[in-house]
Each structure stands twice: as structure tokens, then as C-alpha cells.
Design a protein around this ligand. Structure first.
Ligand code: SF4
Length: 332
């Protein structure tokens, strides 16, 4: 479990010459640092850098400071988050901004325990913030970092205790005293060099200390089990004249609760539904869930209680991407 003494030195040297210019990477002395890092870490949870960039820019254009965000409301924040998915992050970010403004003088706490008291901050985000903002000797262990260490050791990720690995090697990992840069460099290195498929081993600055590269017998990755799709029927009440659809928050799709959707029912087979017109079948993935959807519709001017009409074209209110896909299907 011992890593090479020069690992951090080589990774940092690579980082200094190759790091990407990203809008949240502001100077260490910038007053924007706390806010930009907090926002980007929330946005980057489960989402790729290239997807996050335009959202980040738009967000800071609308909310240039943590204070301006904290004074906003959920409706506006969700509208700006629209399309980025995992909307709980947006709610948590807003709640966290209010706590930081009201209780922490706009600054992020300096301990993992206190950071984790903030909504939406777990071990990964907490460690990332400790390193990136407070320059503490810690590493945010994401998929990139796990992959890099796992290949250096030529060992399946499942067989590595990453916290122990860092603890054992901390003397060497943090010897440069550039803790923030090193935590970021490792993630960047995994994303750009030690990539999931086709790692760039021949251009790699640490290949001499990498057992995966040097070994004829590479470790075997754990196969990811395929998630089985669940069947759902979705029922759309349509006002044909006004081009509207009825949505409700009482729709039986637990993981999208609090959001507007047409009524949904899980189904066991492909049995036709009485009194509804079959429209189409489509497949969708949300988070790690796979959905096989049968879409039904009926023209109606009446809608059940706790439903509201929405335009199929344009709404000022936040509409989750999943609901927009239904709009698209039903408008075909
Ligand atoms: S040599 Fe290849 S596998 Fe090893 S760390 Fe470098 S890119 Fe990753």
C-alpha cells in the first residue's frame, strides 16, 4: 500500500503544465473563491465538467455572490438549474448559502464535521472544500482518484481502503505543501490522463511508479451489473385547443417528488389501459434508474384535483427534464 515518494511531485508538475482553465478556478486570494468553489462542487456532483461550465457561468451571472444567492428563492434557483438534473443539489445549495450567510459570516467551516452539517455536503464534497478552499492536507476521493490509485497499485478498487492508503502515505503525498493543488491535480490527472478507457500510459508522468503499466497481469475490474428497467404508465390530460397538459406533484414517482409530472403508475406488463388512448412507448434513464414508459393520453377540459395546466410550449416555471421529454413525445 506504499506509494512512490515522488508521486505528488510528478503529478503536480504535470498539473502545472496541463491544467484546464475552468471558470471556478479563481486565484487563491480571490474573494470569490468560497462561493465559486462551493457552487462548482455542488454542480459537479454526478455531472461532467463540460456540462457544468455553461450552467456555472449562467448561475454566477444571475447570482454574482453568495449573499445574492442566499436572498433568492427555490423557484428561481431551480429555473437556473433546469436541465442539470439531480435537483436536490439546487435546494441544498440554496439552504447552505443561507446558513453560511447567517451563521458563518459567508465563509466555509474549516473542519469536516462542521462542513458535513451543511445540507448536501458529504465526505467527498467536504474534503474537496477543505482542500480547495482551506488548503488542508486531504484528498477528495472521487471516481478519478480511485481509478488512479487503483491502477498505480494494480489492485481492484473494491480491495483498497482509500482513507487508509492516504493516511499511510500522507508524509509523501502532502510534502509539497500545495495541498489544494495536489487534491485538484489528482482529479484532473484521472480525468485527462488515467482515463477510464484507454489511459494515456505512454504520455504519463508517473508510469515508472505504476504497477498497472509495468505488469503483464493487470487487475480485473468489477463488472457493473446492469440495472433492470421498470415499466411505468404515464397519463396525460391534454387541452387540445390551448395546447396544455395537466401536471401534478402527486404523481407516484417517488424520486421526482416535489416536481410537476403527469400522473404515473408503475405497471407489471404491457396490458392496454381502458379509457385511455395509447400514444407511444419510450425509454428513459434518470440517475441510476431505467424506465420503460407507455404514454397514454386523453383530450379533456377537466382535470383531477391537485393537478394544474401547463403549456406544452413554454413555461416560466421550472420543469424537470423528464417532464420536458414527455412534452416532446406527446407533441409529436
Ligand atoms: S501509467 Fe497508465 S495506468 Fe498508470 S497511472 Fe499512468 S495513465 Fe494511469
Amino acid at each position: 500500500m506504499h506509494l512512490h515518494n515522488n508521486l505528488s511531485k510528478n503529478v503536480l508538475a504535470w498539473y502545472d503544465n496541463n491544467k484546464r482553465v475552468l471558470p471556478w478556478r479563481v486565484s487563491k486570494k480571490s474573494i470569490k473563491k468560497h462561493y465559486y468553489r462551493l457552487l462548482s462542487e455542488f454542480m459537479l456532483q454526478q455531472t461532467q465538467v463540460k456540462t457544468v461550465i455553461p450552467y456555472f457561468k449562467d448561475f454566477v451571472f444571475n447570482f454574482p455572490t453568495l449573499k445574492s444567492l442566499s436572498l433568492s428563492n427555490e423557484k428561481r434557483v431551480l429555473k437556473l438549474w433546469e436541465g442539470l438534473g439531480y435537483y436536490r443539489r439546487a435546494r441544498n445549495l440554496l439552504a447552505t448559502s443561507k446558513i453560511l450567510i447567517n451563521e458563518h459570516n459567508s465563509k466555509l467551516p474549516k473542519s469536516l464535521i462542521n462542513l458535513k452539517k451543511l445540507p448536501g455536503v458529504g465526505d467527498y464534497t467536504g474534503n474537496a472544500l477543505l482542500a480547495f478552499i482551506h488548503d488542508q492536507p486531504t484528498i477528495a476521493i472521487d471516481g478519478n482518484v480511485k481509478r488512479v490509485f487503483s491502477r498505480i497499485l494494480n489492485k481492484n478498487e473494491k480491495k483498497i481502503d482509500f482513507n487508509k492508503l492516504i493516511e499511510i502515505n500522507k508524509k509523501y503525498l502532502f510534502k509539497s505543501k500545495r495541498n489544494s493543488d495536489f487534491a485538484e491535480a489528482l482529479i484532473e490527472f484521472g480525468a485527462l490522463i488515467c482515463k477510464p478507457r484507454e489511459p494515456k500510459c505512454y504520455n504519463c508522468s508517473i508510469k515508472d511508479m505504476c504497477k498497472y503499466f509495468k505488469s503483464y497481469k493487470k487487475f480485473k475490474k468489477t463488472k457493473i451489473l446492469k440495472v433492470k428497467a421498470k415499466n411505468y404508465n404515464i397519463f396525460c390530460y391534454i387541452d387540445k385547443m390551448k395546447n396544455k397538459i395537466a401536471l401534478t406533484k402527486k404523481h407516484n414517482l417517488g424520486f421526482l417528488n416535489k416536481f410537476y409530472l403527469p400522473p404515473v403508475k408503475e405497471s407489471q406488463g404491457n396490458k392496454k389501459i381502458k379509457n385511455w388512448n395509447f400514444h407511444s412507448n419510450f425509454k428513459n434513464s434518470i440517475s441510476n434508474k431505467k424506465l420503460n414508459i407507455n404514454l397514454y393520453y386523453k383530450f379533456s377540459l377537466k382535470i383531477p384535483p391537485q393537478h394544474r395546466w401547463f403549456s406544452l410550449k413554454k413555461n416560466n416555471e421550472f420543469i424537470p427534464s423528464f417532464t420536458k421529454k414527455i412534452f416532446k413525445q406527446i407533441s409529436k
